[in-house]
Each structure stands twice: as structure tokens, then as C-alpha cells.
Design a protein around this ligand. Structure first.
Ligand code: ATP
Ligand code: MG
Length: 239
């Protein structure tokens, strides 16, 4: 695999009983790229992210992350994962949560930077259970990036985050990517999709379309991404 490829997903299939959550997904994400996963509820986005993190073993197909074929425990140190549902310790403070993740990854320092990144430094002493929903989301993000991963997987990271901070976070994601961090992000928000370098449109566990936002628009022959997605998804349904 080329040095320039951060993630290689090859013909991955994952079944949960009769549900085919992933049905032969193949994609490549380049180093330093921001790759967006779009698709309706139940499309397979979270399942795909979890198989890239190595939390799910595919029924068939292979996943290669930062040059190492999964399963591989070493690669975990270089991967950050923000889950769709906040996985925080509600009884601990913001700072204690982020420090806990830093300790798991065996990194010293970085907690203050991560808290400043998500604009929670002044609330570092607050118990997580007492935070607002968006703040909790931001705390999860700080936990996912405190060890400065080379690959960051964000599952709908800005749900509940206010528009101003969302724009700021995306600015930061762009800077991280420019510094070489690879980011895979799922979203239902079209203005976020526009900020990705490439998009993968997923439906019924398959990759429907892939390309830059403008390529996806022109592929569908529409003016905006929302229409493009509805059109591409609709065409597939009919066929
Ligand atoms: N652990 C599991 N056990 C059984 N079924 C599962 C499991 N995880 C996912 N599924 C099923 O796999 C399919 C894909 O789910 P997934 O969570 O990947 O969708 P998604 O694209 O992330 O959706 P959303 O936009 O709602 O987050 C769904 O039908 C879901 O019910
Ligand atoms: Mg999901």
C-alpha cells in the first residue's frame, strides 16, 4: 500500500444476523484527507467507522490502517475515535475525563490543549453530568484527540454543537488535516459535507457514490449536495 494511503477498506462485509450492515465496501482515504461519510440512518456509517477502528471484525474483506492490516493493537495508539453516543464518565469532571483518556493512551500533557481546542478549558472542573448536551459532545471530542492521533474518526461530532463553534471546530479539523492528520467524519449536515475533501455516500451498506463535493454534485446533475444525495439514493432504490 502506498505511503500516501491512510485507510484502505477492501470488500468489507459485516452482517448482524439477517442485517447486512456493510455489503462489500471498498474505499481508500489518503493521508491528511478529510473524508466525509454521508447516508441515511442505518446506512452503515457507524459500522464502517467501527470496523476501521478495529472494534468490529468484518465477516469478509480487509481493513488496513496506517499501513497495518487489522486486527492490530499497535495501530490503536495512533487512532482517535469519537463515538456517536458520548462515552464519558458522568461523575468525573471534564478534565478528569480527558486526563483518563490521555492516561489510557500513555501520553503526558496535551490535556490543556485538547480542552482549549473544544473551548472547555474554563469549564474543566465541571462534572460531566452537569454539562449541556453540546458541551458533552465537545468533551468527547477532546477525549478523542488528546493523544494527537494520526487518524481521527468522528461519528457525527457536531450534533448539538452551536453553529459558531461548529465553524470553529471545522477550521481546526482543516488545520489538523493540513498538518497530516487524516480525518474520517460522518455527518447528516450538508454544510459540513461541503467542507470535506471527498465524500462517500453510503446506503444499504454499499458505497453509492464517491468524490469531491463538486464531483458528487455533477455526478447527480444537481445544484447542491442535499439534492445530489437524494437523487443518487433514489436512483438506487428504483433499480
Ligand atoms: N451491534 C449491532 N447488532 C445488530 N445490528 C446492528 C448492530 N450495529 C448496527 N446494526 C445494524 O446495522 C445497520 C447499520 O447501522 P449503523 O449504526 O452502521 O448505521 P448508521 O449509518 O451509522 O446510521 P445513523 O445515521 O442512524 O447513525 C442498522 O440496520 C443497524 O440496526
Ligand atoms: Mg451512526
Amino acid at each position: 500500500m502506498s505511503e500516501q494511503v491512510a485507510v484502505e477498506v477492501d470488500s468489507v462485509t459485516k452482517e448482524f444476523g439477517v442485517i447486512k450492515a456493510l455489503n462489500g465496501v471498498t474505499l481508500r482515504v489518503r493521508r491528511g484527507e478529510i473524508y466525509g461519510l454521508l447516508g441515511p440512518n442505518g446506512a452503515g456509517k457507524t459500522t464502517l467507522i467501527r470496523s476501521i477502528v478495529g472494534l468490529i471484525a468484518p465477516n469478509s474483506g480487509t481493513v488496513t490502517v496506517l499501513g497495518r492490516k487489522l486486527p492490530n493493537l499497535d495501530v490503536l495508539r495512533e487512532v482517535g475515535y469519537m463515538t456517536q453516543q458520548a462515552a464519558l464518565y458522568p461523575g468525573l469532571s471534564v478534565e478528569e475525563n480527558v486526563s483518563f483518556f490521555a492516561a489510557i493512551y500513555g501520553v503526558e500533557g496535551g490535556v490543556k490543549d485538547a480542552l482549549e481546542f473544544v473551548d472547555l478549558y474554563t469549564r474543566r472542573g465541571s462534572v460531566v453530568a452537569t454539562l449541556s448536551g453540546g458541551m458533552r459532545q465537545r468533551c468527547s471530542l477532546a477525549c478523542a484527540l488528546v493523544h494527537r492521533p494520526r487518524l481521527l474518526l468522528l461519528d457525527e461530532p457536531t450534533v448539538g454543537v452551536d453553529p459558531q463553534l461548529r465553524v470553529e471546530l471545522w477550521e481546526q479539523f482543516r488545520r489538523m488535516a493540513a498538518d497530516g492528520t487524516t480525518i474520517i467524519v460522518s455527518s447528516h449536515v450538508m454544510d459540513e459535507a461541503e467542507r470535506c475533501q471527498r465524500l462517500g455516500l453510503i446506503q444499504y451498506g454499499r458505497l453509492l457514490a464517491e468524490g469531491s463535493p463538486s464531483e458528487v454534485r455533477s455526478q447527480a446533475g444537481t445544484q447542491n449536495l442535499e439534492e445530489a444525495f437524494l437523487k443518487l439514493a433514489g436512483e438506487k432504490k428504483e433499480s
